[in-house]
Structures are given as C-alpha cells and as structure tokens.
Design a protein around this ligand. Structure first.
Ligand code: EPZ
Length: 420
C-alpha cells in the first residue's frame, strides 16, 4: 500500500487547477444508464472511484471508453443486477439503483453496508422508490426494487441528519421516466445534485427546482444521449485553501466555484484566512494570525461534512479553543487520534471535538482511514515540523486526483512511496 512522505514547514505558493467533482461525476455516470444512446462526460477526474464506477457500468453491459478527462458511455443494452463484489467496494455505487429502476422497472443491488464514517443506511432511497410504486424486497444481502410501471408521486426525503445527497439523485433518476409528476420534498440542495439534474435535463428530462428543497420531475417517454461538463470539486478546492492557510503560504485556486463555497469561505475568514477573488480564481493566504472558530457540519448550504476533518487540522494551529461538531455522520472523527499523534490537543465530547489550538505540530507516521481524514493528515503533515509519513494513501486516491503532484507543484516536499 502506497504512502506519502512529507517534509513539513514549506509555505505553499503558486497555482492549482481544481478537478471535476467526484460526488457529481459518480451519479452522472450512473445516469447514463437511463438512455440507449451514447453520452459524453467531460472534466472527469482520474480517481479510483471513477474507474470503479466505469467497471460497474461495463459489468452492467454498457460500453465505456475513458479518454483523458472525458468518459464516453453507451448503455445500449443493460442488465439490472449488480452483485456484492461490485457494490461493497464503493458505497457510492448505490446510485446505480435509481437509473436501473427507471430504465428497466427493476433493479437488484447488493446492500452497500457501512463504512468507517457511519452506518450509511439507504432507507430514504428505498422510500423514494416505493413512493414511485416500486415493491422493495430485501433478501440475502440484496435489495430488489421492481414495478410494473413507475408512477410519479409525492415523497419526503428528510432523514435524521437532513436530506440525502445520493438518495435525492436516485429519486430523480428513478422518476424521470415514470408516468406523471413526482415532487421531492426535503430534497438535498448540494451543487452535485444540481449537476446531476442538469445532466438529466440535457438528456431530455423535465426537472424543476433542483438546488432547492422541493424538486418537481415530470416523467417523459425516453431520454436521449447528452454531453456534460462536470462542475469543479468544491471539497478539493476547500482542501487546498486550508493547506495554503496552514503552511502560511499563498496560492491561486483556478477553476473553483466560489459560489459553492460560501460556508467554507465564511469560516476560513472567521479563522483569520484571507480569501480574495480575481475573476474565477480564488487567492488564499493566511492573514496576520489564525483565530479559533466553531464549526458545525450541516446539509448544503451549511458547512460541508467533507471539509470537517481539514478544518479541524487548521484549528489545531489556531491559538485558543475551537469546537467542531459533526451533525451529518455518526463517527467521522477518525482523524482525531492521528492528529493527536502529530501533537494536536483534541478531546472528543459526543458529536463535538474540542480543539485546543496553537501548539506547533510535529511530524510522525500516521494512518489514513477515510478519504477526508487522510486529506486532513496530509495537510497537517505539510504544516508540521519534521517528517510525516501518511500510510494507506489509497484512501486519498479515491477522491483526490494526483494530490501529491499538485502539492509538489505548489512547493511541498511530498513524495509517494510505492509499496509493492
Ligand atoms: C454523499 O454521500 C457524498 N458521497 C459524501 O461524500 C458526503 O459526505 C455526503 O453526501 C453528505 O454530504 C457521494 O456523493 C458519493 P447522504 P451520501 O445520503 O449521499 C443519512 C466524500 O468524502 N441517511 O447525504 O451517501 C446518512 O446516514 C463522501 O466524498 C439516512 O439516514 O450521504 C447520513 O447521516 C463521504 N438514510 C446523512 O443521511 C438514507 O437513506 C447524509 O447522508 C440515506 C442517508
């Protein structure tokens, strides 16, 4: 398993280009299953999760060609069954269920199971399918949704932690070919959901209100092929912005959408980070001094849970007490024990982490656990004195395109140690 070897203490300087958003491209790739015509998706990041989704589509019968950052998918004839071996490796693959049900009126997918950050239930996804008239059957680890004909109808997708991002995407993808009008109340408002809706509309779907809490879908007979440019990855942009602040550097983030980052920019500015805009570029640097800041993760447009770990890393450097509360996932503090190995002072109290910041970090070997926790360890290593080895960076490769290469271009002393 590869690891990153980081010699900290170098302020980052220069420009970084943000890749396409992982959490948009995965459901958009799944949406290509809804038509028997060819689709082209551009600005696709080169990630292991994307390569895996391509394998799933091929396994289902689609023709997939990856050409640089462009993916061609032609799902002429497909089957509606995805087995455990396929789905278990990536929870996000549950988003094939909506399009399979929408296209074939039947979908059988292995129950995805949980992951390190939480149980990851799919009850809201299944509630959406039932609201469209599907019968749900769970047997020997598989969930099957089937219907003679899907019929549009009302549904409420609010759960214990707000709405569901992939659940909303699945509901839209199942509803676009249903008979009649579907209204999703308490729909997820994330930009990635809007991007999926825009791709479906380009395919001929009739969708209104995406990005807001009420989304209306009027079913159509069929969808045609389409081309689409994926939105930039706001989580990657936030990660690099925090890395610049932690290393006391100054970087220009190119191709990010600042309008997708209001909550993050607000909290960074509160923490003493300077964020300027020049056209579509964001220029980020640390101000005179870092300040503590309290953060609670919420559904969009609130502070994103996918930036919680990275923000905690920054707060370990801000003199004073910061309280980070995780309201979306039940166990998303895997990074805390590893950050304390770098000298951070963090106490977990239920859903909150109390960070006593200000003591300089010092390098040590640490273990990556989930995608965003790993990112937090890398940026902490960049700021720490001495050497940090982040092990199991395959977690990072799932969601960050060439993170080491991009960081080296910004002056970081980071190298990938490939282990056979
Ligand atoms: C998406 O996961 C993202 N993944 C996650 O990013 C992100 O953290 C999450 O949305 C929240 O923003 C992809 O898009 C591939 P949810 P998703 O359904 O859709 C509960 C990353 O690091 N819930 O919005 O699976 C659930 O337990 C990943 O890039 C139910 O209770 O998340 C959680 O507490 C990690 N029942 C909350 O809702 C359901 O049926 C939000 O989950 C579904 C979800």
């Amino acid at each position: 398993m590869d690891s990153f070897l980081i010699k900290g203490g170098v302020p980052l300087h220069g420009e970084v280009e943000i890749s396409g958003a992982k959490n948009a491209v995965l459901p958009i790739m799944a949406a290509t299953l809804l038509t028997n015509e060819p689709c082209v998706i551009r600005r696709v990041p080169n990630l292991s999760d994307v390569r895996f989704m391509a394998q799933i589509l091929e396994w289902l019968g689609a023709k997939v060609k990856v050409d640089g950052d462009t993916v061609h998918v032609h799902a002429k004839k497909i089957k509606g069954h995805a087995d455990y071996d396929l789905v278990r490796k990536m929870r996000g693959s549950i988003c094939i269920m909506g399009p399979l049900l929408g296209r074939l009126n039947k979908a059988t997918v292995s129950l995805p199971g949980g992951c390190v950050i939480g149980a990851r239930p799919i009850n809201l996804h299944l509630k959406a399918f039932e609201a469209l008239g599907a019968k749900i059957r769970i047997e020997s680890g598989y969930v099957e949704a089937s219907a003679k004909r899907l019929v549009g109808g009302p549904m409420f997708l609010g759960g214990r932690a707000g709405s569901t991002v992939l659940g909303t995407a699945n509901a839209m993808m199942a509803a676009v070919l249903a008979n009649g009008v579907t209204t999703i109340e308490s729909a997820a408002c994330e930009p990635e959901v809007v991007d999926v809706a825009n791709f479906l509309i380009a395919m001929g779907a009739k969708i209104q209100g995406a990005g807001g809490p009420t989304v209306t879908i009027t079913g159509v007979k069929a969808l045609h092929g389409a081309e689409h440019n994926v939105i930039p990855d706001r989580i990657e942009a936030a990660t690099f912005a925090i890395a610049a602040a932690m290393t006391n550097g100054q970087i220009t983030i190119k191709g990010a959408r600042a309008d997708h980052l209001h909550a993050v920019i607000d909290k960074l500015q509160e923490a003493g980070v300077v964020v300027d805009h020049r056209g579509s570029d964001m220029i980020v640097r640390r101000g005179t001094k870092l300040k503590p800041s309290d953060v609670t993760t919420l559904p969009y447009p609130g502070f994103p849970t996918d930036v919680q770990a990275q923000m905690m890393a920054l707060m370990t450097m801000s003199p004073g007490i910061s309280i980070i509360t995780e309201r979306i996932f039940e166990s998303r503090f895997m990074h805390v024990s590893e950050l304390t190995r770098l000298g951070a002072d963090i106490q977990i109290e239920g859903p909150s982490a109390i960070v006593k910041g200000g003591k300089p970090l010092s390098g040590a070997p640490v273990m990556a656990s989930d995608l965003r926790a790993s990112a937090a360890l890398v940026i902490a290593g960049l700021a720490a004195k001495g050497t940090t080895q982040v092990n199991r960076v395959y977690h990072l490769d799932r969601g960050y395109e060439q993170m080491d290469v991009k960081l080296r271009k910004l002056g970081a002393r980071i190298q990938r140690i490939e282990e056979s």
